[in-house]
Design a protein around this ligand. Structure first.
Ligand SMILES: Cc1ncc(COP(=O)(O)O)c(C=O)c1O
Length: 404
């Protein structure tokens, strides 16, 4: 067999997708599985989105559309960004097949072999693999639960080398649900101003923020960063539309031109019907998304109440997205039903085998002391899953004579 490309040597398929495939396999075998694993928002967009999609099908000419995105999508996106205090013109945006392809193409456009990419950890699972596929070297900035999973500016200062090319930032965070305050954004922004590196701001959960807190962006606090800022958006999480596969990028024109070249040589344009639906989501009434935030806040509270009753777990309060990331490491080295739980993988495997509950091991996000709970599942499933989770740790404490 001929050889594969060297750049594929270290690339792994998404760990989250692997867990959800395992869940599907067990379900097919007849097991009753509750999944806290996948980041599918579990709400549907409002009627105006579907109406726009139907209209697009009815009026379809079957033609190619611009790689930047249809005029209506670009206009709706520019308007939405403006409402967030992020001013970009139509020539400063480009569409992609979801936020994922946007990130992939951005890295393709900016990375040379050996360039270093700063990634706060815990991180979204796909970042490091995207970096290595494009010849870059991920440099992780560890942000443990003891610092609320949040990055401190001095960590950037320490990690910068002449090879640093990109800083990848995600707020609100998948997997921790952390949301940065204005002061925290400003402090990191001030540090970034000292370094001429690209900043990828993955803002795809920016509407999913709880407790009346607000989304703060580096361009709000540090507008001088505009020439190296790359804003990534998506309809997947904010609008409950992951399968429609629409992502958007806003950045200054030279970077956008590179992305348009990549679109024109790879996909030409994203799907016409999806573009119409995305334009309606960005441009139309946002109430359906606001309602989802209320539901997620209630579910977050259910999760945190259950976790608070489990001794020896640490979980900083999530303020956004739909994930919680408890530090479960106090239970490592103990056993459950005769199986030694040495790490996050052993713990999640045992939870799945014995309780039929699927979580993603924290090592998939660069923090092996934790495990990710996605609470974007129906409320009855969430209740049952939390009861199983609680029961599992109670059994561990009892079997290992741990203090309660
Ligand atoms: C932080 C983050 N960025 C990007 C993505 C990609 O999302 P999509 O390609 O569905 O827009 C995800 C999906 O889970 C994510 O959690």
């Amino acid at each position: 067999m001929p050889q594969f490309a060297d750049k594929m040597a270290n690339a792994k398929p998404s760990a989250v997708v692997k867990v959800s495939e395992k869940v599907q396999e067990l379900k097919k075998q007849g097991r009753n599985i509750i999944s806290f694993s996948i980041g599918v928002p579990n709400f549907l967009p409002a009627n105006h989105v579907y109406e726009a999609a139907h209209k697009a099908i009815d009026g379809d000419s079957g033609a190619y559309l611009p790689g930047r995105g249809s005029e209506e999508l670009v206009d709706a996106f520019v308007k939405r960004m403006h409402e967030k205090g992020l001013d970009y013109k139509a020539n400063e945006v480009a569409a992609a097949v979801g936020g994922k392809q946007a990130l992939f193409n951005i890295l393709m456009a900016v990375l040379n072999e050996g360039d270093e990419v700063l990634i706060p950890a815990p991180y979204w699972t796909s970042y490091p693999d995207m970096v290595t596929i494009h010849g870059g070297t991920p440099v992780f900035l560890n942000c443990p639960s003891t610092q609320d999973y949040k990055l401190k500016p001095e960590q950037i200062a320490k990690a910068i080398t002449p090879k640093t090319k990109v800083f990848m930032f995600n707020n609100p965070s998948n997997p921790t649900g952390m949301v940065y305050t204005k002061d925290e954004i400003k402090a990191i922004g001030d540090e970034l101003e000292k370094h001429d590196i690209w900043i990828i701001s993955d803002d795809i959960y920016d509407r999913m923020i709880f407790d009346g807190e607000t989304f703060h962006h580096f361009l709000h606090t540090n507008p001088a960063l505009r020439d190296r800022m790359i804003c990534v958006q998506s309809i997947s999480k904010n609008y409950g539309m992951p399968g429609w596969r629409v992502g958007m990028v806003a950045a200054e024109e030279p970077l956008i031109k590179k992305l348009l070249t990549l679109n024109s040589t790879s996909i030409t344009n994203i799907n016409n019907v999806s573009m119409a639906a995305a334009a309606a989501a960005f441009g139309g009434d946002q109430t359906f998304s606001d309602e989802a935030v209320k539901t997620f806040t209630a579910k977050r509270d259910m999760v945190m109440k259950a976790l608070a009753n489990i001794p020896n777990l640490e979980c900083p309060m999530p303020k956004g997205a739909f994930y919680a990331f408890p530090d479960v490491s106090a239970y490592y080295g103990k056993s459950h039903d005769g199986v030694v739980i040495n790490d996050d993988i052993a713990l999640c495997t045992q939870l799945l085998e014995k309780k039929g509950l699927a979580l993603v091991p924290g090592s998939a996000f660069g923090e092996a002391r934790g495990a990710r709970i996605s609470y974007a599942c129906p409320t009855d499933q969430l209740e049952k899953g939390l009861a199983l989770f609680t029961e599992f740790f109670a059994e561990m404490r009892e079997q290992n004579k741990m203090a309660s």
